[in-house]
Design a protein around this ligand. Structure first.
Ligand code: UT7
Length: 335
């Protein structure tokens, strides 16, 4: 990795997202699972989701979203690529170098960050760290997950919730007082609760299990719901405090799109009005590491996110992992 002399604060300079073309709505799911459009809508806020087909992989989605973010930034010039994903194309190696090569960025530093649904916030901190250390001046950060590939297609407790997609941002070195300057951060984990959301087999500890269910993602939904709400609220409060913001200063809350009720409950715990939420879960489902940048893309497109807005960002996911950050929204047009 080239070492650059100047250091700075990471500033958001480009934004893009991509969803695979295949759309599955709640009615289609209801035809093959013991569920209903009404249950899914009222319990999660989701109406439809985009899913990968055999010809679309995490790398493919990351290339699409990354290319759009580079266009939005107006420059191909980046010196590192961080890919937040829990579903790399192969178990080994990381997928980021393949994304970099496909985007014509071969040669730059490229690596994956796996914090599952918190991946985007963790990767933002990682990318901001590269910039702060002077190790990079411009970073392409992509959150991409083909999470549906981890699911048991017959499991009604997970299939309705997840979708696939990719979202990306370009970060450049800048100054703390600029619009788009990212931070402060707050990041946490609790590995004691890893079993709440887990694919038990397929990793180094147990390559193959005699029980096929061990190769699928399992989730203890209600327990996860409670942790997600409490942790996102807690982390958001810490970030507000570090930023010197009161609740009244926050214009928008961009939270991980896991469940509309989690977002609403988090806003309520924080004392934020429900209309401060940036929400696109209705049409995407939970896209794991892609969910926050995809919500940002839709927020800009529908005018919910405006230049100058004070924005809180928070995520929660398997691990457990969670975290938050803040920024004043920059003038950025999704590519
Ligand atoms: O990114 C982080 C990852 N995941 C999350 O953040 C997920 C967090 N959890 C959740 O979002 C919610 O817990 C779920 C959406 C997963 C479930 O909603 P819930 O309100 O917590 O429902 P529940 O699991 O308590 O189940 C309530 C009822 C049960 O029936 P009984 O026992 O009351 O008769 C379930 O069997 O709903 C039933 N149920 C369903 N019914 C129709 C569970 N899944 C379904 C379904 N369709 N898909």
């Amino acid at each position: 990795m080239p070492t650059h002399g100047s250091r700075g604060v990471a500033v958001l300079a480009g934004l893009g997202g991509w969803l695979p073309p295949r759309v599955v709505d709640n009615d289609e799911l209801s035809q093959r699972l013991d569920t209903s459009d009404e249950w899914i809508r009222t319990r999660t806020g989701i109406r439809r989701r985009h899913v990968v087909t055999a010809d679309v992989s995490t790398v493919d989605m990351a290339v699409e979203a990354g290319g759009r973010a580079l266009r939005s930034a107006g420059s191909q010039d980046v010196d590192a690529l961080v890919l937040a994903t829990a579903t790399p194309d192969q178990v080994c190696p990381a997928s980021a170098p393949q994304v970099a090569s496909r985007l014509g960025l071969g040669g730059i530093a490229a690596f994956d960050v796996n914090a599952v649904c918190s991946g985007f916030v963790y990767a933002l901190a990682t990318a901001a760290g590269l910039i702060a250390a002077g190790a990079a001046q411009r970073v392409l950060l992509v959150g991409a997950d083909a999470f549906t590939t981890l699911l048991n297609p017959d499991d009604r407790s997970t299939v309705p919730i997840f979708g696939d997609g990719a979202g990306a941002v370009v970060l450049r070195a800048g100054e703390q007082d600029e619009l788009g300057a990212i931070g402060p951060f707050d990041l946490h984990s609790d590995g004691d609760l890893a079993d709440l959301l887990i694919v038990p087999a397929g990793g180094a500890k147990q390559k193959k299990s005699a029980n096929p269910d061990d190769h699928y993602f399992t989730m203890q939904g209600p327990a996860v719901f409670r942790h997600a709400t409490a942790r996102m609220a807690e982390s958001s409060r810490t970030v507000m405090e570090r930023a010197g913001w009161t609740v009244g200063d926050v214009d928008r809350f961009v939270g991980h799109q896991a469940n509309i009720r989690i977002l609403q409950a988090t806003a309520k715990q924080l004392g934020l009005p429900a209309d401060s939420l940036v929400v696109n879960i209705e049409r995407t489902g939970n896209t794991s590491a892609a969910s926050i940048p995809l919500a940002m893309v839709d927020g800009v497109k529908d005018g919910t996110l405006q230049a100058g807005d004070r924005v809180l960002v928070s995520a929660f996911g398997a691990g457990l992992t969670w975290g938050a950050t803040a920024l004043r929204w920059p003038a950025v047009t999704p590519g």
